[in-house]
Design a binder for this molecule. Structure first.
Ligand SMILES: O=C(O)CCC(=O)C(=O)O
Length: 309
């Protein structure tokens, strides 16, 4: 490639960086041969420069969240995770009832052989507009407090998914250790919609400090990693399982904590997964809700969490 072509290409990429959304920004940066350690700060800086006042508002509006003292810093800075006991977040009952119904409906339509993959998304952001009860739970003061304190500003809802994992024998994709390569930090919640034991394939992770130790010793972390490779640098007993009774939850930073899930060898799993990112995350939210005009009309905090204002 000659100098003129290279310059023209770089110009196109830079123009795209200045106008694109978070996902495009990352992909264009990668096309320039810039990896995520460099691309993310560039993408965040571009987002900031495009609207510094909005960025400042996401930070300062943390004070709008009603905080409960027992939840302060629940997602621990050093280890990147925290545990939520059943009954902590109001409004979970209708969510549990809905997820169980969706799972039962799905099960009826399932073809045993053809659908042998290990994870089924029975609820996704497109369902939110018809299920305000889920949105109210997800945008509760409790979740906003936990995610907001950890992320340092009003958190932006990235996605909400209901996952049903039937019993399986596979070990592929997200059933292998990996890191979510979407930002430097994240608040990802898992709530059990049914009692969940180890044999039901819970989300399983290494605390952030142990993950850092392991990742520093691996040649390339942007990949799926076999257990044997990980356990050369830590102990299997360092792995924490997000299991427990119905209504129990975990919040984990999937960008800092090596994790896998869905190894449901002798049971199954029904969970609600909710992920929040920073306003300046390189990724835009996958949630594209158009709330009814009456929803959150006088609630700037929740509108910000939905990236509407
Ligand atoms: O719990 C699982 O099935 C794995 C989930 C996962 O890898 C993720 O959320 O990034």
């Amino acid at each position: 490639m000659n100098m003129t072509t290279t310059t023209a290409r770089a110009g196109r990429v830079l123009r795209a960086l200045a106008t694109g959304d978070g996902r495009q920004i990352r992909s264009y940066a990668e096309r320039l041969g810039i990896n995520s350690e460099v691309a993310y700060p560039i993408a965040s800086t571009i987002k900031f420069v495009r609207n510094p006042l909005r960025a400042a508002r996401y930070k300062s509006s943390l004070r709008l969240i009603k905080r409960r003292p027992e939840l302060v810093q629940l997602q621990d800075e050093k280890t990147g995770w925290g545990k939520i006991v059943p009954g902590t977040v109001p409004g979970i009952e209708p969510v549990i009832a809905l997820m169980r119904k969706l799972r039962d409906d799905y099960r009826k339509t399932m073809k045993e052989e053809k659908d042998a993959f290990y994870i089924r998304t029975i609820f996704s952001p497109k369902h939110l507009s018809d299920h305000k009860e889920v949105l109210d739970f997800v945008l509760s003061d409790e979740l906003l407090q936990i995610a907001g304190e950890y992320l340092g500003g009003v958190p932006v809802l990235m996605t909400v998914q209901g996952w049903w994992t039937p019993r399986n024998e596979t070990k592929a994709g997200s059933q292998l250790f990996h890191i979510d390569n979407i930002d430097h930090r994240q608040a990802k919640f898992f709530f059990n919609m049914e009692d969940l034991e180890s044999s039901g394939g819970p989300f399983s992770f290494l605390p952030a400090d142990i993950s850092k130790h392991v990742l520093e010793r691996l040649p390339n972390w942007r990949r799926r990693i076999e257990d044997e490779e990980v356990f050369q640098h830590c102990k299997p007993s360092d792995v924490i399982e997000a299991s427990g009774p119905t209504g129990a939850g975990f919040v984990v930073d999937g960008c800092r904590c090596l994790h896998y899930g869905g190894r449901a060898r002798n049971g199954e799993r029904l969970v609600l997964m909710v992920s929040f990112g920073r306003y300046l995350s390189p990724m835009d939210a996958a949630v594209n809700v158009t709330p009814d005009a009456s929803w959150y009309a006088d609630d700037p905090l929740r509108r910000m969490a939905l990236a509407l204002d």
